[in-house]
Design a protein around this ligand. Structure first.
Ligand SMILES: [Zn+2]
Length: 49
């Protein structure tokens, strides 16, 4: 199961909150986490895949 890079929650791949960044698709548990990721993607991408 994909992991929300913002809060660390496991998210089903069917979730509607998803974003492609740097060729990778990231999944989010909620609109709020997706918005935070958009603000500063590099903060969340770094150490996680
Ligand atoms: Zn989240």
């Amino acid at each position: 199961m994909p992991v929300d890079p913002v809060c660390g929650a496991e998210v089903p791949e069917t979730v509607k909150y998803r974003l492609e960044y740097g060729g990778t698709t990231y999944y989010f548990c909620c609109e709020h986490c997706m918005a935070k990721f958009k603000e500063n993607p590099e903060k969340y991408v770094g150490s996680r895949r």
